[in-house]
Design a protein around this ligand. Sequence first.
Ligand SMILES: O=C(O)CCC(=O)C(=O)O
Ligand SMILES: [Fe+2]
Length: 460
Amino acid sequence: YDKVSDLHTELYKGPAAAMANPLAAFTLIKRLHSEWQNVVNSNEALENSQGWLTAFFTDTSDLQGAAKGLMRLQDVYALQVASLVRGRFQRVTDGRPTDVYLSTVSVPLSGDDCFLVGKVAYEQEDYYHSVQWLEESVRLFRGTGGEWSPENEGTLEDALDHLAFSHFKVGGRTLGKYPMNGRVLQNIEKYEKLLVSSPPISMIVDGLKRPTSNHLRTRDTYERLCQTQGSKPMQFKNPKLFCDYFTNGNPQLLLLPVRREVLSLQPYVVVYHNFITDTEAEDIKRTSHPGLKRSVVAAGEKQATAEYRISKSAWLKGSAHSTVGKLDHKISMLTGLNVKHPYGEYLQVVNYGIGGHYEPHFDHSPSSPVFKLKTGNRVATFMIYLSSVEAGGSTAFIYANFSVPKAAIFWWNLHRNGQGDADTLHAGCPVLIGDKWVANKWIHEHGQEFQHRCSLNPEE
Ligand SMILES: O=C(O)CCC(=O)C(=O)O
Ligand SMILES: [Fe+2]
């Protein structure tokens, strides 16, 4: 009863408040998924309100996604698992744990919470993570006397079982004398002995080597930019980088010029500050709500979900709300480009949840023109932050060596000869704390013939 009451209190505070902290989000999702199931299956519920109670169910993929999200945050922000389970966000620098973010509320994890994360890793044969999370799970389960409680999915024995096998996989130790075929190792004492005969736990974790990524060549740069924001180019180093009040010669912007900051010339990236008001951002978020679906990426001719892009998104036509039309108009005034459909795509609103991210990618297609609109490739991107993120979640430009945590960002994706600009490789870092919303306006080659000169020079 207490747990269900707690759950309600958290939900009444509003999902945004409850979900801002990834540990709170994870435990809430887990509770909705497994502990709530116990309530539904209880005798009391069976007698009366089961139908109503099941309405709150979350999917197994939600729970797995949340666990993967935690591990992603651990990796990208180099967070210590031992700190995470105590509700802290810390990374080891110069041998000492330092706070990456100081949370006002701390949400400690239970042995069963850690078991779940470890098990998700284990099932993906990701023993680097499973060892770390199962170590914590075993420690916490032991701390509570190893007693099973009805809302737990796992037991100390389960955790030891998975941990022993994970140790075996990462350490390459031969456990020949133990029968390792699947779940044969049932005996808790045997596991305890197994662990004692292994090197001390902390040594193993320190010596654990994170596997190199075979799909993300720029992983190190990407993670550094997410952690530090990189080094923003300085005007004194290049006088062509500047700030001004910008009207683009447009009388409609004369009374309220936009604060422009030219951040980089190669690739060409401009930031517009205070581009959108809070009310306008709320209009866009609210209007997009009913249409939000898991984001997809191009996969050959088709579109598919992908681990490298975790978010929800929706497309808004200019007519969806007067604010959408107003933003289209303002983008057009600032860029001088034709953003009318089909020369500009509809506004794509994106929401990132727990550990949501978009790994390094290009917005343009490498083999132009494949876009459905038949209006050429995406020549430019205008991306607007609709919320500020408390920690993490900035937009990283891998080769330009900086990341931007808010504002509206404009960049050219193509050279003037129509070739893709490889320097535009960029990413949305995982959200550590908060709720990230952005809106993308992609502008195509066609329709810009009189606004954006082309050239044969591949450098321009
Ligand atoms: O969310 C971000 O910061 C980047 C988003 C992005 O690059 C995209 O949606 O194409
Ligand atoms: Fe992008």
